[in-house]
Write a protein that binds this ligand. Structure first.
Ligand code: NAG
Ligand code: NAG
Ligand code: NAG
Length: 420
């Protein structure tokens, strides 16, 4: 089958199951009401859920949908500033871009429109920021909001959201330069001093996501994504001995770039997984899945010699570069990173399980799902306060001291990822 033929086949047969939405028959038109939203959810009251359920509690006591909804409701109560249509306005703007994506993902995964009005209000208000239509002061801030627009298209089928994401992709691409480093986009649009991992991962994911949602009709998006991924692979940001991605690049006076050895953050191991899963859907090229599996495995099951270890011996994700005390060590930005990893691992798991391409992929997909379930159940049991409310602290093994929008949105990302 040709690449396009396979792509169309993939779309026709599996798009819905991937949770990516369906281009010609979206799950929810904007005027539609959710058929079973009310039946799905009865947000548990504080007393119904034991505050410390414990790791060995039977699985049926943990309903990822219910727990996700309870965490979103608690997040809205505690952090949503309705007058400004944003969560925690004193925190960085991009955190709300991720939070928005997580809330939309919840609706996609549960077939509901519980938060659609809130989400639309946020989009109408926040698109005016900076240069308008989510074109932020940096390429990464732009990318987070643009990916939320892609998800909004998946949920509603309304191409207006895709148009916003397209404008953002073009805006990000303006920050691509051949020198230094032989390619890559800058993260800081005005200063143009730093080519880093997150901005480029978001760019790859955005470009290929657009290509896929446009039914393969605009090859320039795939060209952007493949060129950027090929550049990324050779850039030096991926540590060849650990398969983990450092923060970004440094350059010498000749414009030659190399790994800057800055921290290995979980979100940099995450966004690329979602990007590579979309690249596989676009191309049917199994090397993209293999690249994603190598990075995911380096987080989930690294050799003992790998530093840093991003999962504990119990298989719980940890932000190793701001531990040992994550609550004190991780700043408000860093607190959200683990949830981004979880969301993107879920995307990779879905694609891996649906399109088994290697003899071990089934086991791998199941291992990813197992990891997400274990992390979600642990966070639910350990990272919440003793009174059973649905706020989360940063370390998923606890204890709970307090929450922030980053900590809470990270937990929402994880819990929604555990739905499926
Ligand atoms: C690359 O990975 C190895 C093995 O984990 C580690 O010892 C080394 O410090 C890493 N290099 C960088 C730049 O992080
Ligand atoms: C939250 O807890 C951490 C860890 O104890 C502490 O450093 C921080 O100041 C607390 N924040 C608030 C707002 O209480
Ligand atoms: C499958 O997994 C086994 C055991 O983990 C490993 O030895 C083998 O090389 C893997 N095969 C492939 C094709 O990845």
């Amino acid at each position: 089958m040709t690449r396009l033929g396979l792509f169309l086949f993939v779309l026709a047969s599996h798009w819905v199951h991937l949770g990516l939405g369906y281009p010609s028959a979206p799950q929810h038109r904007d005027d539609g009401s959710s058929p079973d939203a009310a039946a799905h959810f009865n947000a548990p009251t504080a007393g119904q859920m034991a505050p410390h359920a414990g790791l060995l509690r039977p699985r049926q006591d943990f309903d990822a949908k219910e727990v996700s909804k309870a965490a979103i409701d608690a997040m809205n109560t505690k952090f949503y500033a309705s007058s400004q249509a944003i969560w925690s306005p004193s925190d960085p703007w991009w955190l709300s871009g991720i939070t928005l994506t997580n809330v939309i993902d919840y609706m996609l995964q549960t077939n509901s429109i519980d938060y659609l009005d809130q989400v639309k209000t946020i989009i109408e208000t926040q698109r005016a920021a900076f240069n308008g239509d989510f074109r932020g002061e940096s390429t990464d801030d732009t990318g987070w909001w643009a990916l939320a627009m892609v998800r909004m298209y998946d949920l509603t089928g309304d191409s207006a959201y895709l148009d916003l994401a397209r404008a953002d992709e073009a805006y990000m691409y303006e920050s691509w330069t051949a020198s230094p480093c032989g390619g890559g986009i800058y993260v800081d649009i005005k200063a143009k001093t730093y080519k880093n991992a997150i901005a480029n991962e978001l760019f790859i994911k955005l470009a290929v996501s657009l290509y896929n949602r446009l039914g393969g009709a605009e090859p320039s998006y795939l060209d952007h994504a493949l060129t950027a991924w090929s550049w990324f692979q050779g850039s030096g940001m991926i540590n060849g001995s650990s398969n983990l991605i450092n923060d970004g690049l440094a350059s010498d006076s000749d414009g030659v770039c190399f790994n800057n050895k800055l921290p290995v953050w979980t979100y940099n191991q995450g966004v690329i997984l979602g990007a590579l899963a979309e690249l596989y859907l676009a191309t049917a090229d199994t090397t993209h899945l293999a690249s994603a599996h190598a990075i995911a495995d380096a987080v989930l099951s690294p050799p003992a010699t790998t530093t840093p270890q991003l999962a504990s011996s119990d298989g719980i994700l940890t932000e190793a570069s701001c531990r040992p005390d994550e609550s004190d060590g991780c700043d408000h930005d860093q607190q959200i990173f683990k949830g981004v990893f979880a969301s993107n691992l879920a995307e990779l798991a879905r694609v891996t399980l649906l399109f088994i391409s290697g003899s071990n992929d089934s086991d791998r997909g199941q291992a990813y799902r197992g990891f997400l379930g274990r992390n979600a159940q642990t966070a639910f049991a350990e990272a919440r306060p003793g009174d059973g409310t649905h706020l989360y602290d940063v370390s998923w093994t606890g204890p709970f001291r307090n929450s922030t929008i980053g900590k809470q949105a990270s937990a929402v990302g994880l819990l929604v990822a555990a739905i499926g």
